[in-house]
Write a protein that binds this ligand. Structure first.
Ligand SMILES: *Cc1c(COP(=O)(O)O)cnc(C)c1O
Length: 401
């Protein structure tokens, strides 16, 4: 086999892969300052629920323009707390899109509510306000808007509906930290805004999450919720010299540690640099794919800045001889860690067993068949980006009709 032939041959057919090691779709970016911040807490008096929690919350609220921030130990806990604070209970309906991590919908189930799936817009894959309005019933109590891939939803349209029908608007902003909508920061766009600090997300605390809210009462409700439903924390009691605590609602242990919050604070200080690099990589992809008719990136609306959590493309499968699944397999063989976000939530076996139909949202269904998430994280080099572009070109050329 000639050298050139070897390079054109797909790695899944025995050819040489575009790169030697796998490039993941997302990964944390830590530096020495992050490590020092954690070590500093390990040498201090407070490992959990100490000064770092408040400091992290205050800084997060300041950066996002939100009044209040409540740290929790995962994005899932953050969503659970937000849906709790919104007052969702048994029989209440909550409208959300199907193209999201299952946790967005599970948070509704935890409280006995019923997730109602409304379809997305085909070009952005963001929740379609017209579909939300069609899904509203007298039992609707809230809407969860998911800022898919990092681009904020149309919050003006969604807030208009929320006001008109008297329902709460919750943002699942797990993808969109650092993004903005009409000049307003993500974190201050909905009544309750949930974030995740899992290592693939924009900033990390290992595991972690947070909810921002303008309303102090909602924040207090979530502070009790993350601490068993108890109205004071251990540090407050120890400072007040008091032993008495009162549990007023059924809560959980969803506390985020001082160790994690110190890492979060340190990461937050680099948020502008992380976002800048994510934007730079997205721009490189946009430029490269403008010349590849086999792929279409998601549309970015001019009135928004994405947080660029994910770079998602749709394959123009009518130009290809194979379905998305084989393009995916071929790219993995080239050592490109592509992913798919997401299987529509109602198609998971658990939701099917709850009686959801498996073809509820045709726009999301069609997108699901064509979507690929390409690697995007700030520690990627330009060479890494180039590897992804070349691998996608190689695979598309091999599978062209
Ligand atoms: C990551 C994520 C979550 C859950 O966050 P965890 O921190 O992993 O619990 C929820 N919703 C969306 C959209 C996410 O991407």
């Amino acid at each position: 086999m000639s050298g050139v032939g070897n390079l054109l041959e797909l790695a899944c057919n025995g050819g040489k892969p575009v790169r030697e090691t796998i490039l993941p779709y997302g990964r944390q970016w830590l530096d020495e300052a992050d490590i020092d911040a954690v070590v500093h807490v390990l040498r201090s008096a407070w490992l959990t629920t100490g000064p770092k929690v408040e400091e992290f919350e205050r800084e997060f609220a300041r950066l996002t323009g939100a009044g209040q921030a409540v740290a929790l130990n995962s994005g899932t806990a953050a969503l659970h707390a937000a849906v709790f604070a919104a007052g969702i209970g048994p029989g209440d309906e909550v409208i959300l899109p199907p193209l999201t991590f299952a946790a967005s919908a599970n948070a509704v189930l935890y409280l006995g509510g019923r997730p109602v799936f409304a379809d997305c817009l085909p070009d952005t894959l963001l929740l379609d306000p017209a579909q939300v309005e069609r899904s509203i019933t007298p039992r609707t109590k809230a809407v969860i808007a998911v800022d898919y891939a990092g681009q904020p939803c149309d919050y003006d349209a969604l807030q208009f509906l929320a006001n008109r029908y008297g329902v709460k608007l919750i943002a699942d902003a797990c993808h969109s930290l650092g993004g903005s909508y009409q000049g307003r920061q993500v974190g201050s766009l909905a009544e309750l805004n949930a974030f995740s600090f899992h290592p693939v997300k924009t900033i990390t605390t290992g595991e972690g999450g947070l909810v921002t809210a303008a309303d102090g009462e909602l924040a207090e409700k979530m502070r009790a919720f993350r601490n068993h439903g108890i109205t004071t924390d251990f540090r407050q009691r120890s400072e007040a010299g008091s032993w008495l605590y009162e549990m007023v609602t059924l809560g959980f242990n969803y506390r985020l540690s001082d160790i994690a919050c110190a890492l979060g604070l340190s990461q937050l200080s680099r948020l502008p640099a992380m976002l800048a690099r994510r934007r730079e990589i997205a721009a490189l992809y946009n430029e490269a794919f403008s010349a590849n008719p086999a792929v279409t990136p998601l549309t970015q609306r001019p009135d928004r800045e994405s947080g660029w959590h994910l770079y998602v493309v749709r394959l123009n499968t009518e130009r290809l001889r194979v379905p998305r699944s084989l393009v995916f397999t071929a790219l993995r063989a080239e050592n490109i860690g592509v992913n798919v976000h997401y299987l529509p939530v109602y198609r998971h076996p658990y939701y099917q067993n709850l009686g959801y139909s498996n073809s509820l949202c045709p726009v999301a269904e069609a997108a699901y068949e064509e979507m690929l998430t390409l690697p995007l994280f700030p520690a990627m080099t330009d060479q890494d980006v180039n590897d992804v572009v070349r691998a996608l070109e190689k695979v598309c050329a091999a599978y062209e009709k």
